[in-house]
Ligand binder design. Sequence first.
Ligand code: PLP
Ligand code: COI
Length: 340
Amino acid sequence: MNEIDWKSLSFGYMKTDFNVRSYYRDGKWSELEVSSSEMINLHIAATCLHYGQEAFEGLKAFKGKDGKIRVFRMEENALRLQRSCEGILMAPLPVEKFNEAVITVIRQNMRFVPPYESGSSLYIRPLLIGTSPQIGVHAASEYLFMVLVTPVGPYFKEGFKTTPVVILRAYDRAAPLGTGTYKVGGNYAASLVAGEKAHQLGYSAVLYLDAKEKRYVDECGPANFFGIRDNTYITPASTSILPSITNKSLTQLAESIGMKVERRQIAVEELATFEEAGMCGTAAVISPILRIDDLDKNISYHYAKDGAPGKTCVKLYNMLRAIQYGEAPDRFGWVTVIDE
Ligand code: PLP
Ligand code: COI
């Protein structure tokens, strides 16, 4: 293998040695298979292709200074995949099978776990698809669960730097009672046009508002939103956003340093009152927001006046990373250490 330049990795796909697969047939999930092929053999009428029966997850493994590999909140991702499956009528995968698959795929690809010094990590992408044929709109009877891994750097190329985001009122990502709380491919398809437009205009992401009234903040394209004011961490409650595991972790970290946490609707006008704002997620980690431009209303909300991340964003980012890289004790039980 060519030398990997671990320090300049971006968030992209790189071929690794193996992936793992389990098949759901006759009401049962098969034993895991380890495969070196990047390809799958799929029926032309599989429901994932026609009717979007697809759900995925995203989690990371980190190599610590002590050489140990730690996976962050694997169980939470397993449970969220089950919810996503139930949300689009797919066969849910047992948590134990998910955990076994994640651990196996990491062990099979040890040489792709970025070294501690690089600040990069191994991104783990589980996905589950309907594979049996249907032409009427019905759920499949057979499913395939796979996990691939790829070493990644920061999602936003700036890394831990502030970037501008944009409100584009002409686009919605998910309906109030739709599939926004599930991690299903269709939500991301629905975000592509607005995301591309935002990038062309020089923004790192779209900040979506609630689709019904356009009065409240929902979330960003690939991440949840939070604002900081008066020692309080404020993040939206909404029926159309993904329950971010990073966000949930940050609320616990914030409370642990004496901050208040509020999970509630955030009116758009409230954006003017925050001292800091950020996006958070597995890929995004914490990506502090420089400015939010509400283009249709011609209003801008400014956060990082000198362009630097705010002090609370920095503090929470450092606390989270320290747990992930094993530099701080795992006091919440978030980490699974992979034995070599
Ligand atoms: N919101 C969306 C739409 C996402 O795709 C993600 C990424 O997974 C998140 C939020 C953050 O979720 P998590 O912190 O569990 O990765
Ligand atoms: C993640 O943070 O894991 C995501 O899935 C975000 C994006 C890459 C879809």
